[in-house]
Design a protein around this ligand. Structure first.
Ligand code: XMP
Length: 512
């Protein structure tokens, strides 16, 4: 295991951001539930602890409190926001309760750089978001930085290696915030920078080999970033003991199946089984118009097809999955923290238990950007590593209303034109998602001398950070014009192209 920095999660929406910033410093971090016993942290070989922020007041009846013994472990502790109030509360200081939150920019003046603020300018803009405030220092501490509203904006007890900051170093709005975190990791905790892509790959390969032994692993390959990287990594570790299954559900983009076959089968020499189940999916979806109903049918059919294909492949003990870190952490449910939903993300629902398969999840410690780096290091092409997200139900939720082979074909052709132009212009990698939606509405037009009565294609191109909110991308008019005229000229059955200018919220990214 790499050296670990524990982030204790007190319910802040920024807990994951703290973990990422630590990893950006090439130090491994892991998020723990706030109540994790100190003994468990010791067992995990934790060399430093960061206490996250949180929405509560330390005085609230339901306030999350850590095991007080974490302060006896002899490892450095950095409290951020709520974390510093906890330190005040537990170590003999005083926290004043305030009903009003201090929110937004503040100006930090560094009084004593010490280790935490080493090599930083004396004045920095910082980002605040807190209600309560530390008003009396715990014994052994001294102030090292002040803001206009707080004489104790940053504090330290250099002997015990305890540090506290009232503002949020993990957000971009705090100048040099990452440097403060790095100073804590390298200067205070003396962490080794052993969290690099190369180290991760070699360590994970050894772990996969140890787990799998001579066993066989089956992996459902979707062609998306996560399953692709998981496949490449597993293949590097166990070669022919890996079999990948790719299900063609008839709801794929144009050329998708060929691409997957060429890349993984011929280029990587992965044992790849392609199952063509498109007819079955279309049959089961016939006449279904309600989006959630479509999703359910597609999900259930996928599981059934996958399960059947496993039987034909023969005995396997393991199921490989591209589960990522944000899917597995159990965040603390406090206030309205959206990260608090505990996701049990099993790509192939109920299957592992029913088939008595053990899971191999080589990416479960990684964030998406780390997965991309691993994929690139393993030689996956840019168009796979930087691929836009594509929903599991595929084009099934991009043809409005009931699905037919004809409508899917029109959508596929229009979408291929959009993809082509997004790639050629370089916009494909600048936006979050770009795709076409088929509208089962026929409108009048003219083509040559003839009157036409054809369908409508909507272009949906959005910018987003995490798909929680999104805004429509301001594509250049010339590019939109080119896409529109190519689609109406080249795709039979389309007479009109419209551009979706709705943001999320209130609209969603997908139309169904
Ligand atoms: P919405 O439409 O909710 O989409 O704004 C947010 C993100 O999730 C993707 N999406 C899905 N992904 N199965 C998936 O695997 C689904 O049923 C599904 N529905 C939406 C969508 O493409 C966007 O990136």
């Amino acid at each position: 295991m790499p050296q670990t920095i524990a982030v204790l999660d007190f319910g802040s929406q920024l807990t994951q951001v703290i973990a990422r910033r630590i990893r950006e410093c090439q130090v491994y971090s892991k998020i723990f539930h706030f109540s994790t016993p100190a003994a468990k942290l010791r067992e995990e070989g934790v060399i430093g602890i960061i206490l996250s922020g949180g929405p509560q007041s330390v005085y609230a009846k339901t306030a999350p409190h850590p095991d007080p013994a974490i302060f006896e472990l002899g490892v450095p502790v950095l409290g951020i926001c709520y974390g510093v109030q906890l330190m005040g509360h537990f170590l003999g200081g005083h926290v004043s309760h305030s009903k009003e939150r201090e929110y937004g920019h503040g100006h930090l003046t560094i009084k004593q750089p010490g280790k935490l603020f080493a090599k930083l300018p004396r004045k920095l803009r910082v980002w605040n978001s807190h209600g309560d405030k530390l008003t009396k220092l715990p014994p052994g501490f001294r102030p090292i930085g002040t803001t206009e509203n707080s004489p104790y904006a940053a504090i330290e007890d250099a002997t015990r290696r305890f540090y506290g900051i009232q503002f949020h170093p993990e957000v971009f709005h705090t100048e040099r915030g990452v440097d403060m975190i790095r100073n804590f990791l390298l200067g205070v905790c003396r962490a080794k920078q052993d969290w690099t892509t190369r180290d991760f790959i070699s360590r994970t390969i050894a772990e996969i080999r140890a787990q799998v032994g001579k066993g066989r692993v089956i992996l459902g390959l979707s062609g998306g970033v996560d399953s692709s990287v998981a496949a490449a990594l597993l293949h590097k570790a166990i070669g022919k003991q890996l079999t990948c299954v790719f299900v063609d559900n008839g709801l794929l983009r144009k050329g998708e199946r060929d691409y997957v076959q060429k890349l993984y089968g011929r280029h990587f020499h992965i044992d790849l089984r392609v199952v063509d189940a498109s007819k079955l999916f279309l049959r089961r979806l016939k006449g279904v118009t309600e989006p959630e109903q479509k999703r359910k049918i597609i999900g259930r059919t996928f599981v059934a097809v996958f399960e059947k294909s496993l039987k034909s492949i023969g005995h396997a003990e393991f199921l490989g999955q591209g589960t990522l870190y944000p899917d597995v952490i159990e965040s603390v449910s406090i206030g309205n923290n959206p990260a608090s939903l505990i996701k049990t993300h099993h790509n192939v629902g109920g299957l592992p238990a029913r088939m008595k398969l053990k899971l191999v999840e080589p990416l479960r410690q990684l964030f998406k950007d780390e997965v991309r780096r691993v994929g690139a290091a393993l030689g996956l092409p840019r168009e796979v590593v930087w691929r836009q997200p594509f929903p599991g139900p595929g084009l099934g939720v991009r043809v409005m209303g009931d699905l037919t082979a004809e409508k899917l074909e029109i959508l596929r052709n229009a979408d291929a034109v959009l993809h082509d132009e997004m790639m050629a212009s370089g916009y494909y990698y600048k936006v979050w998602q770009s795709f076409c939606v088929f509208l089962p509405v026929r409108t009048v037009g003219v083509f040559g001398d003839e009157r036409t009565y054809d369908y409508v294609i909507a272009l949906r191109v959005v910018e987003s950070i995490d798909a929680m909110t999104a805004d429509w991308a301001r594509l250049p008019h010339e590019l939109l014009q080119k896409i529109s005229s190519r689609i109406t000229n080249e795709v039979r059955g389309v007479g009109r192209v419209v551009f979706d200018i709705s943001s999320k919220p209130p609209a969603t990214i997908e139309w169904e």
